[in-house]
Design a protein around this ligand. Structure first.
Ligand code: COA
Length: 337
């Protein structure tokens, strides 16, 4: 750790998923598919979607409330909010500003969203680490919430089988005992392959000038095969690289908590690290891909289900549109979930 760098404590982690479940059987009402086809290729059996007036803001608020309660820190002590969302219901006000309003935080603190798609949580953690490390802010709320069902093309059977809605949140703060919970973190991107997953917003032209009329419909367009190849060729070795930055060996790390995109991608990382099943946290079967929220959902649920013991370490890794990717080796303290 650089001298003078303030160590970071992960103080609380929370999540929220909507009640409504869409099973693979349900998808057969939309197009020709089968549970067997979807499950063998992705590991997904069902996903959750918002219903009625519920939005990613509501999910994000519940996840953040959960994380704040677990942290033992009051909402008024938060001095920065970072939203990680690639499918918010509004571009602005941002998810982060909505959180400030929902929690009734009267202090004039910074609140902003950043988009790194399914790597959003790791990017936000790295940004928070920079702020806390430099002594700029002491306590930061990270909220990752995605309304994927709103940007899913429900006629496209190659993408709509994959995504679900959900939210996760983390409260991170300057460590009061000198121990840094981030043992290593790294984030990366390659814009030259950005066309592999795109969402083009609909818009209109200014009537006063000639403008390119790009016909976006706001829905996910994905080259599934190429994304799959990218993930299995890039992520496993990258996770190993990040582990080496921590000075630990993969055997010394207790858990792998990966972004939940596809069970076969998760297994490619697992095989690289030579981890047994009990070290790898996967809940993709029940939630599909919830973008930036998938890591905190897997972490908290893993603890609740007894798959993860606290006072341990984990390697988190994310990857997704951009293309972006990132990984972090973290300490999981007692009481955070
Ligand atoms: N049910 C039944 N058949 C389907 C189908 C579905 N839901 N979706 C596609 N098919 C068909 C295709 O039409 C194609 O038929 P054809 O050979 O007659 O043309 C065939 O199945 C194979 O399609 P393909 O797209 O090549 O399948 P795939 O083996 O690449 O699997 C994914 C598709 C999406 C499951 C896979 O590519 C994947 O998981 N990619 C990674 C995506 C991802 O993780 N994105 C998020 C990253 S954060």
């Amino acid at each position: 750790m650089t001298e003078g760098f303030v160590p970071l404590k992960i103080a609380g982690v929370g999540y929220c998923v909507p009640e409504t479940v869409i099973t693979n059987e349900d998808l057969k009402k939309l197009y020709d598919t089968s549970d067997e086809w979807i499950y063998t290729r992705t590991g997904i059996k069902e996903r959750r979607v918002v219903s009625g007036n519920e939005t990613a803001i509501d999910l994000g608020y519940k996840a953040a409330k959960d994380a704040i309660e677990k942290s033992g820190i009051s909402a008024d002590e938060i001095d920065c909010i970072i939203g990680a969302s690639s499918a918010p219901p509004q571009i602005y006000p941002t998810l982060a500003c909505h959180m400030q309003e929902r929690f009734g935080i009267k202090k004039k603190i910074p609140a902003f969203d950043m988009t790194a798609a399914c790597t959003g949580l790791i990017y936000a953690l790295q940004i928070a680490r920079g702020f806390i490390g430099a002594g700029i802010y002491k306590t930061i709320l990270i909220v990752a919430s995605d309304n994927n069902s709103k940007i899913t093309d429900w006629e496209d059977r190659g993408t709509s089988i994959l995504f679900g809605d959900g939210a996760g949140a983390m409260v991170v703060t300057a460590s009061d005992d000198g121990i840094d919970d981030i043992l290593a973190i790294d984030i990366s991107a390659d814009g030259s392959i950005g066309q592999l997953i795109q969402t083009n917003l609909p818009g209109q032209c200014c009537p006063l000038v000639e403008q390119a009329d790009e016909e976006g419909n706001g829905k996910i367009i994905m080259n599934g095969k190429e994304v799959y190849k990218f993930a299995v060729s890039t992520v496993p070795s990258y996770v190993e690289h990040c582990i080496s930055l921590s000075g630990m060996t993969s055997e010394e790390i207790d858990y792998l908590i990966p972004h939940q995109a596809n069970q076969r991608i998760i297994e490619s990382i697992q095989n690289r690290l030579k981890y047994s099943d009990d070290k790898v946290i996967s809940n993709i079967k029940y939630y599909g891909n919830t973008s930036a929220a998938s890591i905190p959902i897997a972490l908290v649920e893993g603890v609740q289900q007894g798959k993860i013991k606290l006072n341990t370490t984990a390697v988190l890794c994310g990857f997704g549109a951009g293309m972006t990717w990132g990984a972090a080796v973290v300490r999981l303290r007692e009481g955070i979930c």
